[in-house]
Write a protein that binds this ligand. Sequence first.
Ligand code: CP
Length: 306
Amino acid sequence: MKRKDILGIKDLSKSEVNEILTAANVMRERLDARERGNELAGKSVATLFYENSTRTRNSFDLAAKNLGASVMGIAVAASSVQKGETLVDTGKTLDALKTDAIIIRHPVAGSARLLAETIKASVINAGDGMNEHPSQALLDALTATRHFGELIDKKLVIVGDIRHSRVARSNIALFGMLGASVTVCGPYTLIPDGIAGLGCEVDCDLDGALDGANIVMPLRIQFERMSGAYFPSREEYHEYYGITQKRLRLCADDYIVMHPGPINREAEIAGDVADGAHSLIEEQVTNGVAVRMAMLKLLLDGGNER
Ligand code: CP
C-alpha cells in the first residue's frame, strides 16, 4: 500500500479498501488457526488514546503483537500530556523514539490528520471526535462481506445517535463505496443537517427504515458528547428507537445485526437481540483484530513511501 497514513475512509480508494479486506480475510484465517507471524519484527507501534477504549485499543495492540511488532501503550493520564505537552510535541517525541506507527484516538476532529502531517511515523486514526473511525468501518464491512459475499444492493440501516457518531460517517462512506444502500434513522434531534449529502437516505420512522433491511446497526447514545437533552428519557428512546425482536420481523429474511460497541442493553438494543442468532457483534470483535493486522502490515510492510 503506497500511503503513509490511514486517517479516514474518505481518503481511501476502492482498490485500497479491497486490498485491506483481502488481507484481512487472510489474517482472519491465521487468527482462527492461532498462527502468529513475524512480518513486523523490529517495528514499533504506539497506541495513543486520549479517550477510553476497550475494543479498538486492545485489538490494535494484539494485531501488532501477532505480527511480531513491539507495542508501546501511552497512558495519556500518566504522560507529559498532563504537564501541558501538545499533541504535536508528543508526536515528535514518539518519532524520536523511532516509532513506526502511532494509533491515535482523540476527542477533536482532525487531530489524527494534524499529527500525520507533522511527524514521520505512520498514523492510523482510531477515532477523532465526530469525524471518522476507519478501522471500525473496515471491520464492519469485513463482517458483512464474510456473511453476504458482497454488499451490492444490500440495505444497511444505522439507527440512533447519528449526530455524534464517527462510526456512522465512516460506514456511510464505506458501505456506499461497496455498493450497499445506507439509511440512517433516529430522532430528528440526533440526525445532523446535511448528513444525506454523505450518500445516505434519512428516515426518522424506525419501522419504515427497517423494511427489507439486510444489516441493522444500532449505535450507542453518546451522552459524553452531548451538552443538553436530545430526547425525553432512555425508556422513551427504547420504545421508539430500540432494536427489538419484534421490530426485526420487518427486515429481510437473512438479516444481520451489528453494533460497534460498547452496547447499552435495553437502550438502543434489546439484550435478546444482542445475544440472538442474527447478532454478529462478537464476530465483529474478532474481525477487528484481523482488519487491524491487515492495516498495520500493509502500511508498515508494504513498501509505503515514508
Ligand atoms: N467500537 C469502538 O470503538 O469500541 P471502543 O470504544 O471500545 O474502542
